[in-house]
Design a protein around this ligand. Structure first.
Ligand SMILES: *Cc1c(COP(=O)(O)O)cnc(C)c1O
Length: 425
């Protein structure tokens, strides 16, 4: 057994010496993938219910994605934003059509999209002040929120562990209790330039916000000219069964951020906004060297076109609905399951304790099914959109077995693969 793991072990040893120790990786070395399966160095297949934290939405080795990468890689990889290339406008058109928003700024990651959103909200308030309106520079964000790792993004991220070591971070952020409309109304004033919301919190434990809360945020922003910022980095681009999670609510934000599934694994982010908000950025005020390059744009176009051609949204609604129903079935069968939440293929199963969630994720990993634990007690499912019912059935059968074992407590999960700590999304 030991010699077959030499490659993983030598990589682990090298990483321990050479890398900043920011991640607690699960000891698996993946070398390939196909459809909803990842393959390790020994050729063993894993059913992937996480898709690299909601990124590989069309799964692995998708022919349309491979073709887009191959074609574009032979033509041109980079131009910088000093020049035009043929795919920027094509992709922006698609994104504005599906979002209901007017304009797009491209970047390279989620946190960068969020950072652009914060800067735009500040600049927009500045513009309104110059026009004689009374509006300040503060932000409201929601408890349990996650918006990224850069200094502006961590300032709006609720978890202490992500923010406290880096203080002072961007000042002027106050947190509102999740779904507490009264708290939102009490903390909102014309000092606020932006309200930050995830329609469905991801890292916070797969928590859809209530209609009342989202609508109240929209109405408060309308009353002063503040912007409503929807972070759709995890929930956007089909994950919940609509192109954007805010579309379930009938609320249009002023800004929406996208990233994870946008280029199916190549790094890419986007900030979308209204014409009104877009007025605040003049040439030179914001920019990026790599953002919106020809390769990632070509791939994102392939992602969106493939999703449209194969009606992926209905598939996500149908398989996601079935998955959630089967998770409800598990909740009825096992006392240790305390809640089932989510929409489409963004689902969470809450367990009674952190320990249970850790062991459940490890138990699934032993059965070669990849799930992730987030917000301490929640098993998170962000599978590729191409998941089928037969995969759900296999996952549910495995989970049933794992939960039964944990529930009975008589069988310790000896030799379980450590699940690692919370995700690092
Ligand atoms: C993952 C995530 C981010 C950060 O994206 P990165 O690409 O890791 O910078 C921000 N907001 C939400 C809601 C996310 O899920």
């Amino acid at each position: 057994m030991s010699e077959v793991h030499t490659k993983l072990e030598s990589i682990q040893a090298a990483e321990r010496k050479l890398l900043l120790q920011t991640y607690q990786r699960t000891p698996l070395l993946f070398v390939g993938g196909s459809g909803v399966y990842l393959r390790d160095e020994l050729g063993q297949e894993y059913l992937d219910l996480l898709s690299g934290i909601g990124v590989s939405a069309l799964g692995y080795a998708h022919p349309a994605i491979e073709a887009a990468i191959a074609t574009q890689s032979r033509k041109l990889l980079h131009t910088s934003n000093l020049f035009y290339h043929e795919h920027t406008a094509e992709l922006a058109l698609r994104l504005t059509e599906i979002s209901g928003l007017d304009r797009v700024f491209f970047c390279n990651s989620g946190t960068e999209a969020w950072e652009a959103a914060l800067k735009l909200a500040r600049a927009h308030a500045g513009l309104l002040r110059a026009e004689g309106r009374k509006i300040g520079t503060r932000f409201l964000a929601v408890e349990q929120s996650f918006h990224g790792r850069t200094v502006g993004a961590v300032a709006t991220t609720h978890k202490e562990k992500y923010r406290a070591p880096f203080e002072p971070v961007m000042p002027g952020v106050e947190f509102v209790r999740f779904d507490d409309v009264e708290d939102l109304r009490a903390k909102f004033s014309n000092e606020v330039c932006g309200v930050c919301i995830e329609a469905v919190q991801g890292e916070g434990g797969i928590r859809p916000v209530s209609r009342e809360f989202f609508a109240a945020a929209r109405e408060l922003c309308n009353s002063t000219g503040a912007l409503l910022l929807a972070d759709e980095i995890q929930s956007g681009l089909g994950r919940t069964g609509e192109w954007f999670a805010y579309q379930h609510y009938g609320v249009l934000p002023d800004i929406a951020t996208l990233a994870k599934p946008l280029a199916n694994g190549l790094p890419m982010g986007a900030m979308l906004c209204t014409e009104e908000a877009a007025r605040a950025f003049a040439p030179g005020m914001h920019g990026t060297t790599f953002g919106g390059g020809p390769l990632v744009c070509a791939v994102a176009i392939a992602v969106i076109d493939t999703m449209k051609q194969t009606d992926v949204l209905s598939h996500v609604r149908s398989v996601g609905g079935y998955f959630k129903e089967r998770l409800e079935y598990l909740r009825r069968r096992h006392d240790c399951v305390t809640a089932v939440r989510g929409m489409g293929l963004m689902l969470g199963l809450e367990l009674g304790s952190e320990d249970l969630a850790t062991h459940a994720a490890a138990g699934m990993m032993e059965r070669r099914i990849i799930v992730n634990r987030t917000s301490e007690t929640v098993l998170r499912f962000l599978p590729p959109y191409i998941l089928e019912r037969e995969h759900v059935d296999r996952a549910i059968a495995a989970l049933d077995e794992v939960l039964a074992k944990l529930g009975s407590k008589s069988t310790a999960l000896a030799g379980a693969v450590p699940a690692g700590e919370d995700s690092h999304g």
